[in-house]
Design a protein around this ligand. Structure first.
Ligand code: HSE
Length: 298
């Protein structure tokens, strides 16, 4: 008995929602095949597309799978084949795609013993392995689809958020690698009340804009005063990409997850395409290889 699945890439943080907001991308992702075995345990039998560890306890899908098995009364095990299309360290949830894919498929094969929220918890163990912190802002949208808010980590409370009908994401990946663990180390651990007020004003505005499909409000709220100024230093061309995207009509633009990918939201596909061209022009000019994707958000 086996199952073949698509595991979506995700944009985490979305400017003002560091560690709490994320969205799944329909047109970018990995493929996985998961099958039941009589032998107990998790076995990564194939891993193509990226040079990543295949030992169960060093692989994010393996670790998430073990967390699943530890709480399951299933006596057998699972074999996992991973066909990576998302590059590790690109900032669009490569580790989340693998860990969520594994536990989602395992749950299906066993007749859905666990809720989607419980699958988020298992997948967070993969994130802990990948980045040192069990953040849920990539794994939650990968499992629920669309936008999700992590309202609380303890207890875990995931809130699905509406996807406006005409919203498109453009994501450019300049081909440099940034490890999430490294880009977390450089962050400040304290913020001022004044910074907090700005950030939660924008996060509330963004959530309201997504529910009411108010594109101007979404655009005004896609601002990050806390993390972006620090992390953008690691991304060559970031400020130019942002300025050009906004000039091309994007509603907003920011770092995707921990970078180096940069995302922009647009109303309508035609604008998303113009934004893609504007982003590409910047990297062509400074001579950095890149790839661009456009996804409808739904
Ligand atoms: N919220 C996480 C971070 C996402 O920004 O470190 C990492 O993909």
């Amino acid at each position: 008995e086996e199952i073949k699945i698509f595991c979506p890439a995700t944009i985490a943080n979305i400017s003002c929602g560091f560690d709490v907001l994320g969205v799944a991308l329909d047109s970018v992702g990995d493929e996985m095949v998961i099958r039941k075995t009589s032998k107990k345990g998790i076995f990564i039998t194939k891993l193509e597309g990226q040079d990543l560890p295949m030992e169960t306890d060093r692989n994010v899908a393996g670790v998430a799978g073990l967390a699943f098995l530890a709480e399951s009364d299933y006596e057998g095990g699972f074999e996992i084949e991973i066909y990576k299309k998302i590059k590790a360290g690109s900032g669009i949830g490569s580790s989340a795609a693998s860990s969520t894919g594994a536990v989602w498929a395992m749950n299906e094969l066993l007749g859905r013993p666990f809720s989607t929220s419980k699958l988020v918890e298992f997948s967070m163990e993969g994130e802990r392995l990948a980045s040192g912190v069990a953040h849920a802002d990539n794994v939650a949208p990968a499992l629920f689809g669309g936008f999700t808010l992590v309202r609380s980590y303890a207890p875990l409370d995931i809130v699905p958020i509406n996807c406006p009908a005409e919203l498109f994401a453009t994501v450019i990946h300049p081909q440099i690698e940034i490890k999430t663990s490294d880009s977390r180390k450089i962050l400040k651990t304290n913020i001022t009340l004044k910074e907090g007020i700005k950030q939660w004003g924008n996060l509330g505005g963004l959530i309201a804009g997504l529910f009411t499909e108010d594109y101007d409000l979404i655009g005004r709220s896609l601002v990050d005063h806390i993390v972006e100024p620090i992390r953008s230093i690691l991304i060559p061309g970031f400020n130019d990409v942002k300025t050009s995207s906004l000039a091309a009509g994007a509603l907003g633009c920011g770092i995707s997850g921990s970078g180096p990918s940069i995302f922009a939201f647009s109303r309508g596909e035609a604008t998303a395409e113009k934004v893609a061209q504007a982003m590409k022009d910047v990297y062509q000019k400074i001579g950095i290889d890149h790839d661009v994707h456009i996804s409808k958000i739904n």
